[in-house]
Structure formats: structure tokens, C-alpha cells
Design a protein around this ligand. Sequence first.
Ligand SMILES: [Zn+2]
Length: 152
Amino acid sequence: MKCPFCHQPNTFVKDSRDTEEGKTVRRRRYCEFCKGRFTTFERIQLRELLVVKRTGAKKPFNRHKIEQSITTALRKRNISNDQIIALADRIVLELESSNLREIPTRKIGEIIMNELAKIDQVAYIRFASVYKDFSSARDFAMFISKIKQKTP
Ligand SMILES: [Zn+2]
């Protein structure tokens, strides 16, 4: 792997460690040339996925976007970065283990909503308001009354 500091192509792995029940590997790397140190994370990717937008345009799936949208939804909700990463892992695993190779953004939004609903109601409502494109207080009120009906 290329050194991020001096960009020379050879760096050394100093040690490797499994994290998150073996789903990711953390490697500490070292560049002999500039003495720079950095860490990489290796994740299992089961399949290459394509995302199909509402317009029909297709794009390679980007895990970072999932992390971003759940981070935004969970802002100031007292959820640690590790919990966000674990949540993104669950969402990605669910997508990768579905039988679809092309996944509509709508489907991804629904999975994120369901996962958020399990951990934080406020984040769930926040995400839903963007995802479902709420435009008025009435949209919020209707959505919240639906949640109340579902939760005893
Ligand atoms: Zn270097």
C-alpha cells in the first residue's frame, strides 16, 4: 500500500488485529522511507453492488454515504462512533446478502429507517423526514401518529 505521506509505493504492516468479531481487520502500517505511521481497516465485501436512483441512473454502492446519512440522523443523540460503524456494518451486510445486485435507493432508505427505528426514535424521525420528503408539520404529525400506533 502507498504511503499517504510521501506516496512511495511500499509500506510495511507492523501488526494486524481483528476487530468487531472478525468482520474487520485493523492493520498498523509503517513507511521506512519517511517513517510515517498509519492504520488501515480491511472489511469483508461479499459482492459488488450497484445503486439505482429514482431517475434510473446507476452508481457503484458507496458505504461512506450510508455512514454519512446515519451520522447526520444520529447527531447529538449520544451514540458513539463505534455504534455508528456497527450500524453501517449491519446495513451493508443486509444489502450484500440480499439477492439483488442492483439496489434501488428507496430500498436502502427503508433498511436505514428500520435500523434507526430500533436504536433511536428521534434519529428515525429525522431520517424519515428527509427520506420521505416531509414538507409540513402535518407530515411530521401523521408520521408520528403512525409510529404511536405501531408501538404499544
Ligand atoms: Zn512515507
